[in-house]
Design a protein around this ligand. Structure first.
Ligand code: PGA
Length: 260
């Protein structure tokens, strides 16, 4: 079984350094030394250094929410892979729907960012997912295919094995709507099938594919128990340490009992 990765995407929250430290403290103390699932948090850039200090000695990974494909230079407002590594990051989220749809980010740009993340030795979490209109028009698989091909272009199987994917149906993000277990498993199986055809079965078997979109303590066990779901990318529920810890606990239960 692939090791589950539960990651908390804090987005543009919380609004103070003190609150960011308190949230990180809560996760660190609640988790202790448990390592049967991988855990990471993605605070806003400005809090990364201090959250890294809070997390010292804990197995919780630290993630950026984005990066720029150039390492340094005249790029106002951007943050690079080496900068993220310098402040303690292990992971970076790329191509989140709030960037693809909110900021017009393309799969070609996500691909350039992915290559920069791999060069910086960060673990990239590449997000893909369809909008409500695309699902209603039965275009889910076509959209996923397009995003997979564009975002993951020119990767070797070895590079691919080190990339985490997050299937996040856009209509489920922050809405309280969750994909049904059938919808989630079907999308994840489609992604796994494409990985297998493109990179080979062995590589496809190694790639961690998270589900994201209104994951909460009360639906986590069911979603994480699905055969091709290897973790969760958690937004809203990662802002309360108790809720995030409950989702991690659900992952630990699934890890302990195994999947069929
Ligand atoms: P949500 O966000 O859990 O608040 O739906 C998920 C995400 O955007 O990664």
């Amino acid at each position: 079984m692939r090791t589950l990765l539960i990651a908390g995407n804090w987005k543009l929250n919380p609004t103070t350094a003190e609150a960011a430290s308190a949230l990180a403290e809560g996760v660190k103390h609640g988790l202790g030394a448990a390592t049967d699932v991988h855990v990471a948090v993605a605070p806003p850039f400005v809090f990364l250094s201090q959250v890294d200090r809070v997390l010292e000695g804990s197995p919780v990974g630290l993630s950026g929410q984005d990066l720029y494909w150039e390492n340094a230079g005249a790029f106002t407002g951007e943050i690079s892979g080496p900068m993220l590594v310098d402040v303690g990051c292990t992971h970076v989220i790329l191509g989140h729907s709030e960037r693809r749809h909110g900021q017009g980010e393309t799969s070609a740009q996500v691909n350039a960012k992915l290559k920069a993340a791999l060069a910086a030795k960060l673990i990239p979490i590449v997000c893909i997912g369809e909008t409500k209109d695309e699902r209603l028009a039965e275009k889910t698989e076509a959209v996923l295919l397009d995003q997979l091909q564009g975002s993951l272009a020119d990767l070797s199987p070895e590079e691919m094995a080190g990339v985490v994917l997050a299937y996040e149906p856009v209509w489920a993000i922050g809405t309280g709507l969750t994909a049904s277990p059938e919808q989630a498993q079907s999308a994840h199986a489609f992604i796994r099938g494409w990985l297998s055809r493109t990179f080979g079965e062995a590589t496809a078997g190694r790639v961690v594919v998270q589900y994201g979109g209104s994951v909460k303590p009360d639906n986590a066990v069911e979603l994480l128990g699905l055969p091709d779901v290897d973790g969760a990318l958690v937004g809203g529920a990662s802002l309360k340490a108790a809720d995030f810890l409950a989702i991690i606990k659900a992952g630990q239960e699934v890890a302990a009992r195994g999947k069929s």
